[in-house]
Each structure stands twice: as C-alpha cells, then as structure tokens.
Design a protein around this ligand. Sequence first.
Ligand code: CP
Ligand code: NVA
Length: 308
Amino acid sequence: MKHFLDIHKTDPDELRGIIDNAARIKNARDGRPKGAPDDDLPLKDHIVALIFEKPSTRTRVSFDVGVRQMGGQTMVLSGADMQLGHGETIADTARVLSRYVDLIMIRTFEEQTLLELAEYATVPVINGLTDRTHPCQIMADILTFEEHRGPIKGKKVVWSGDGNNVCASFIHAAGQFGFNLTFTGPETLDPEPGFVELARSKGVDIEIERDAHKAAQGADLIVTDTWVSMHDPQSARERRHNQLRGYQVNDQLMAQAKPDALFMHCLPAHRDDEATSSVMDGPNSVIFDEAENRLHAQKAIMRWCLER
Ligand code: CP
Ligand code: NVA
C-alpha cells in the first residue's frame, strides 16, 4: 500500500519521480481547456473520497479537479457530517470506506487520525494537512521553485514567521531534496526540534536565526504563512500578532535576499499581516503558481499511490 503521509516518510527518489511526473503532467496539458480530461485516464473507474475536517479552498478544488481530469470521480465528505465526528472509530471508518472507494484524501486535526486511517485502510491514504504537516503543499512548492529557478538542491530557503505545519513539511523537504533552510521567528513558535534534527542528519543546514533581516541575507526563496493556523485557538491571535510583527515579509525583508529571490505563501493569506500586498503582488511572488501547482503535484501523487 502506497500512502502519501509525509515528505520525510517518502523515499527521496520516489519524491523526485513525483515532481518530475508532475512537471510532465502539467506540460502535457499545454493549451488545453481547463476542465478537459487528460490524454490518459489512470483514474478511470476510480472513486476518491475527499474528507475535510477543516475548511479548504485549494485542497478541495485541486483534488476534485485533478481526479476528474484523470477520469475518476470524487466524493467530498465533511468530517462533521460523517459518523467519524460522532464516535465511530477511525479504524472502523477506514475499513468501511476501503470497501467503497479506491483512494482517500483526508484533512484533519490530529496527526493520529491520519495515521490510524492509513493503518486500517486497504486503499491508499493521502495527507491533505494535519495540525503537524502539509506535504502536498510543499510538493507543489518544490515544483514551483524548480520551474522558475531550476534545481532546488543546494539553495537557501528562509521561513519567516510561525514554525507551523507548512514550515514542518518545508523542513522535511530540505532533508529529502537537499536544500538549506533558515527559520526566523520567535523562540516560542520554533519548529519541532525533532524535525530540525532529522533534516540536519541528512546533511543539510537548518539554521535558527532570531533576526529576520540577517536570516534573509542571500536567500533564494522567502516563505511565510498565516500567523494563526486553523488548529490554533483564536484567543492566541493578539499575542501571536505581537510576537510575529517583526517577521512580516515586506519589501525591506525581500531586499536582504538575492535580487531574484522568489516569494511563496501557501494561501490563504492575511494581507499586510504576515506579508505585505507589495510583496504578494510583486514581481518575485509565485503564490498563484503554487496554488495552480497543487493540481499538477497532487495528480502525480495520486498516480504514484495507485501504481502497483
Ligand atoms: N494551501 C491550502 O492548503 O489551502 P486551502 O486551505 O484552501 O486548501
Ligand atoms: N498553517 C495553515 C495552513 C493552511 C493551508 C493552517 O494550518 O491553517
């Protein structure tokens, strides 16, 4: 069973194959009307369950469209409407869904839900975001970086802000794809030390630098994300804004990076909080390419999951 649960749990050669396949899938659609099916339909006669226990625009639409373009059908399920939200165990849910559908994508809160689903499902399971990681996003981001700037290996990525789930998957990707990453943010919002150590053990530099301007020097890519994630209590909002204000990605911060440094944000963004509109809409921003590339990257991930 080939689950796509996390970047650090997937072999680097397999990850490289997925990215290359995503680029091929994207190029093959050149000039085609957006909703048109692909030439080959690997998901023909396949049904994919898309489970959401949290809100989503990009993940929901890109998975749904991707499945349809590959000839399959989707079933979008809200966690709250399923028995999963009313006491049925995840293990039983996994076993039942596996009798109906060919693939499951889940966006959930605790990572344990994803892991249990994968343990008991007899069909592949894909992580569509947990409180801890967001691997599909970072696969799209690697594809985006490489189509603009070539191989990411050896480059310097700077994460400015909260060391959250998206940051965690970027750190995992640093280890697997061989790039260096500097985290800059307040100590209380540092990424998980275990993730940092794991990436370092693979021979890449993972630095923690409290001074955002120092951190950004020489960066090939600056990335940020919302200061308050879906799993964070809203009561934390004001405190986090105070803590993170100095880590806003603005023109002054971008000026510390290389002149051709890209800017990324997985979206949704809170404009003029974590990043200014001048950066988000500026010449080095690739935020909408990232959003588009969710589609192509996830099609490659689904194909990989279903390969025998
Ligand atoms: N980036 C991302 O996962 O967006 P959604 O929350 O809209 O799916
Ligand atoms: N860190 C954000 C990412 C949203 C796609 C969250 O978890 O809410």
